[in-house]
Design a protein around this ligand. Structure first.
Ligand code: PLP
Length: 383
């Protein structure tokens, strides 16, 4: 795969980095032998099997290093969605008597919110906290809810729809103060923001960091491992059964290594792109969510009177999205935009422009100018 492939095939400018990221050429190369030639089962004791198992352990160490936390280890899963389901359901299963409360936040990903709702249907006592208009949790709201019946607090690091960064270190400290565990969905944070100390369970996903799809991981602090969700052959220390894919693990490992190595340059690149995008869009666009406490590869913006769905239809060769990929797919209004207090009309005027490592300044500026021009064209038709 050449760099050209990453520059937007068929004239499409790809600006949907929160939905998924282009596979890095280094990742494709790391996966290749495990797809084309090396087919051994990594859990078999043969020489080939042991070679595959060794490659998986290298990948595990790379993912652990990119996460950067001490005192725990990673188990591979089929997605971050699985990792979050496992963390939540498996922690509830092992809950000490008297602890059945889960606290989470209204702007979490559906993998957390829907699983929590399911657990509530099974008898868990669920509290979903609101956020402020800037998208951040008010710690006083959390403190008011915390007591010794709280089992788990689940708050994401970087929001997938609006990019805001929650103060998860402080949240974990408060959770630990009442003896609760802290789960963090760090899917959009890995390789972009520091994953702070003090977390007990951390979910990540390869395809958001230029790795392959259908592989995620759960980092578990020693002693905080949830009960297994998937039973069978006893892989992953008996915690997550199922034959691992050496290709997917090697791809995730290579992606994690690159993300850690390129962290500073990727970050600087994204900061520059943010400034160029804001300038190219012009003054009529309003940023949704905090500008300061934010990963700036996520530009979620709105403009008075714009029909965002029409904007997307009008600009077929610019790949950007409505609030979130999930919200666009289901036709449901974005729960995140609603949670920060936007009226339906404002949410319908919101788009998410997501960029990163392989986005060039020229293509981003071109796309933003086209987006602004299409918005102005809507206005002139409406006038
Ligand atoms: N959490 C967040 C914040 C995400 O953005 C996503 C992906 O959309 C997920 C969880 C789910 O990740 P996966 O696609 O690996 O299931």
């Amino acid at each position: 795969m050449g760099a050209d492939r990453l520059q937007g095939e068929g004239g499409v400018i790809y600006l949907d980095y929160q939905a998924t990221t282009p596979v890095a050429p280094e990742v494709a190369r790391a996966m290749q032998p495990w797809i084309a030639e090396k087919f051994a089962n990594p859990h078999s004791p043969s020489k080939w099997g042991r070679e595959a198992a060794a490659a998986i352990e290298v990948a595990r160490a790379q993912v652990e290093q990119a996460i950067g936390l001490e005192g725990g280890s990673v188990a591979f899963t089929g997605s971050a969605t699985e990792a979050l389901n496992w963390a939540l359901k498996g922690t509830v299963e092992k809950a000490p008597k008297g602890r059945n409360r889960i606290i989470t936040v209204a702007t979490e990903h559906a993998a957390v919110l829907d699983t929590c709702e399911w657990l509530a249907g099974q008898g868990a006592d669920l509290t979903v906290l609101p956020v402020r208009p800037d998208g951040l949790l008010d710690l006083a709201d959390l403190e008011r809810e915390l007591d010794d019946r709280v089992l788990l607090v689940a708050v994401m690091l970087v929001n997938n729809e609006i990019g805001v960064i929650q103060p998860v270190e402080e949240i974990a400290r408060l959770a630990h103060g009442v003896g609760a565990l802290m789960l963090c969905d760090a899917v959009q944070g890995l390789g972009r923001e520091d994953i702070p100390d003090g977390l007990d369970l951390v979910a990540v996903s390869a395809h958001k960091v230029h790795g392959p799809k259908a592989i995620g991981a759960l980092w578990m602090r020693d002693g905080a491992e949830p009960a297994p969700l998937i039973h069978g052959g006893g892989q992953e220390q008996g915690l997550r059964s199922g034959t691992l894919s050496p290709a997917l693990c090697a791809g995730f490992g290579a992606a994690a290594k690159l993300a850690a190595e390129r962290r500073k340059s990727d970050h600087e690149h994204v900061e520059r792109l943010w400034g160029s995008a804001i300038a190219a869009l012009g003054p009529r666009w309003i940023v949704n969510g905090s500008v300061e406490q934010r990963y700036r590869g996520n530009l979620n913006i709105r403009r008075e009177g714009v029909d965002a769905a029409r904007l997307i239809a009008d600009l077929r060769d610019v790949a950007f999205s409505l609030g979130s990929a999930c919200a666009s797919g289901s036709g449901r209004p974005s729960h995140v935009l609603r949670a920060i207090g936007l009226a339906d009309r404002e949410a319908r005027s919101s788009i998410r422009v997501g960029f990163g490592r392989y986005t060039t300044e020229a293509e981003l500026v071109d796309a933003c100018r086209r987006i602004d021009a299409a918005a102005r064209a809507q206005e002139s038709v409406a006038a």
